[in-house]
Design a protein around this ligand. Structure first.
Ligand SMILES: *[C@@H]1O[C@H](CO)[C@@H](O)[C@H](O)[C@H]1NC(C)=O
Ligand SMILES: *[C@@H]1O[C@H](CO)[C@@H](O)[C@H](O)[C@H]1NC(C)=O
Length: 235
């Protein structure tokens, strides 16, 4: 069928528009998905004494950045799991402990658990988390947003097995085994942040007014005061 020059032009225009918008989407997609901004140089070792007034820390002069900034031994061993009421000990390895991570958009944590110990329900406001259990067995629980109808997802994750926690969802780990357990996790942020649900509600400073929590939690003021008394001081 010999189409008129005009119809041909019309067809090409539409195809071109589709191609352009597809290309634009592809170009934008990584930026929409990235948690931290992309680095603009090989590395930018954090000057931890500099104030993070920009989005991250300012860089040390590259002449002062040596091999050691690309390596860390910090999570080679874990902390004491019986030193606090949670029965767990988080060894953080974000930009504040490892200045070499500055601007690279990743970080790690190691968490050790006594039997029955927990990393209480919490949220990382700035990162998705992927983790591997390196010894023992942990119940990993995640609660979806209202979009999921508040669905609770969970599994006992054993040594060598992995899990993922979507950014911003409330989650916890609990050692269901008879031995100590350890997990190593990574984040797509140099500074994922942590919001503990119990501490947020009952240990904020200054405190959330008791009448607010009485109404929100549908319990008496004494119950709220009791819970507040457990979290003064952060632990
Ligand atoms: C974690 O373990 C370290 C080293 O054993 C200990 O110094 C620290 O107090 C522990 N932290 C908490 C919060 O229990
Ligand atoms: C223990 O859990 C509470 C929240 O329940 C949290 O505020 C506190 O920081 C945790 N402590 C440690 C040492 O992990």
């Amino acid at each position: 069928a010999s189409s008129s020059p005009l119809a041909m032009e019309h067809f090409n225009y539409k195809a071109l528009a589709a191609l352009l918008s597809a290309t634009l989407l592809l170009l934008l997609a990584p930026h929409l998905m990235a948690a931290d901004p992309d680095p603009l140089q090989d590395f930018c070792v954090a000057d931890l004494n500099g104030k993070p007034t920009v989005n991250g820390y300012p860089c040390q002069p590259s002449s002062s950045a040596g091999d050691e900034f690309l390596f860390s031994t910090r999570i080679a061993s874990g902390g004491d799991t019986l030193a606090n009421p949670n029965g767990s000990n988080v060894t953080e390895l974000d930009v504040n402990e490892w200045p070499g991570l500055n601007t690279l958009g990743v970080s790690m944590n190691r968490v050790d658990f006594a039997p029955g110990g927990t990393n209480p329900p919490h949220v990382h406001p700035r990162a998705t988390e992927v983790g591997i259990v390196t010894r023992g067995e942990l119940l990993v629980g995640i609660v979806g947003s209202l979009d999921s109808g508040n669905r609770y997802y969970s599994k006992v994750v054993r040594a060598g097995e992995t899990f993922v926690i979507p950014r911003g969802l409330v989650h916890f780990q609990f050692n269901v085994g008879k031995e100590e357990a350890t997990m190593v996790v990574s984040f797509n942020s140099q500074n994922p942040g942590i919001i503990f649900v119990p501490l947020t509600l009952f240990g904020s400073s200054p405190p959330i007014p008791t009448p607010v929590l009485v109404k929100a939690l549908r319990v008496d003021a004494e119950v709220v005061e009791l819970l507040k008394s457990k979290f003064t001081g952060g632990y």
